[in-house]
Design a protein around this ligand. Sequence first.
Ligand SMILES: Cc1cc2nc3c(=O)[nH]c(=O)nc-3n(C[C@H](O)[C@H](O)[C@H](O)COP(=O)(O)O)c2cc1C
Ligand SMILES: [Mn+2]
Length: 478
Amino acid sequence: MTKHEMPAASDRAYGDNRPQPVRTLRDWLDHLAARNRLAVIKPNADLRHEVAAYAKRLDGQRATLFPLPGGHPIPVVSGLISDRAWMAEAMGVEPGELLARYQEAALNPIPCVETTSAPAQEVVHKDVDLVRLLPIPTHNEHDYGAYISAGLLIVRNPRTGKQNVSIHRCQVAGPNRLGVLLLPRHAHAFFDMAEQAGQPLEAAIVVGVDPLTLLASQAIAPLDFDELEIAGALQGRPLPVVKCKTSEIRVPAEAEIVIEGRFLPGVREPEGPFGEFPQYYGERANRHVMEIDAVTHRKDAIFHTVVGGGLEHLLLGAIPREATLLAHLKRSFPNVLDVHLSLGGIMRYHLYIRIQKRQEGEAKNIMLGAFAGHYDVKHVVVVDEDVDIHNPSEVEWAVATRFQADRDLVVISESQGSKLDPSTRNGVGAKMGLDATKPLSAEEMVFKRIRVPGEEEVDVAEVLRRDTRTDWRSALKD
Ligand SMILES: Cc1cc2nc3c(=O)[nH]c(=O)nc-3n(C[C@H](O)[C@H](O)[C@H](O)COP(=O)(O)O)c2cc1C
Ligand SMILES: [Mn+2]
């Protein structure tokens, strides 16, 4: 039994004998290994494509660990959380409680606690050559080169001092230089403040954290809301942080690797292409530049990489979005039961909503609420409570048998969508909503799903255990 599986007093709120949430990357690797979910790949895998090739083929089945990648002493891991059920385990809850638990943590953050002795700073390098110090892989065919893809970017609001945490792709552009894609989010807002004052923006990139801190970094939270406090709430303790060696930034003390530096004001340099979550390349363009001042790490550090567009990438964004969208919809529509961002919709663009229908027409109001909830939501399907929205075939069945396009379709033109959706005009495109709910007035038998009494009780395992090569003719005679 690994440490985080031991029931503790603090878990009582979630019932007895519940496992504890996971707190470090190492504990999580133990958890995966104990369940035969961590594949150790041959030593010396090539950092150029080969690491990503293994990680991608095993995505969703096994996390992957690469000893001596490209001969480098620091191992690489990938695919830490490529399954919703794994994430629920990391949180110490049942899969059905995942969104509620996440939302609860986001609403009840726990402030961090500062420490001075941190494993993340056991080794300090002030003479920085990123490629020599760290095993940084190149993933997709047309990626410009090596990228740090799983680093938490931590910056401080130059006016309030509040920290922000988010993940950004970082292209290695020189021994101590990164090209970073800052979309117009919180880190970008802090950089704008610094740049307007002609100042650099201090920053740290933290590689190798536990799954809950990774998930916290993707919270849809207001500006000046420190996502590390959500990490603390998910872990059920104040997250220990340590001051960087060369700046005021506070980073998770138990992390594997910390890259310290500054975003340069007035500087933009080419970055990209890079394989992104919609399964297309993000284009090459002039982007923000971070100069590195120091790298610190554990003595036996581990480097985490996320293969762009893999399940780990998709799920990290999907779970906080679903949690936020569900809470947002429930505020206006308490009869919304569940939401799901489907894999085929790259866990961003296609939202399925399950409702207990009360009023005719309400499904359309609900889809409008969903479009307003997050601009990435592009196509929405609303279904009744008898449809399993975690199963795309069930949703398709509801559309096939409960939807009429002339009556149940909503199209909104020229609205804001995802800039990474190549079918939009730089993010401007259409929304589509499908009301696949039954009419309330329908005769009961019209939409009654067929069912064989006793089907669920059949002991399938017992039937399958019997030898199927038996002579069926003699079986009839007994
Ligand atoms: C693996 C991964 C890579 C990401 N890469 C980027 C990126 O390159 N640029 C970006 O702006 N957002 C990227 N994101 C999304 C942001 O990290 C995410 O939207 C975050 O919640 C933003 O935080 P904020 O609301 O504090 O700005 C990425 C997310 C993941 C999971
Ligand atoms: Mn934020």
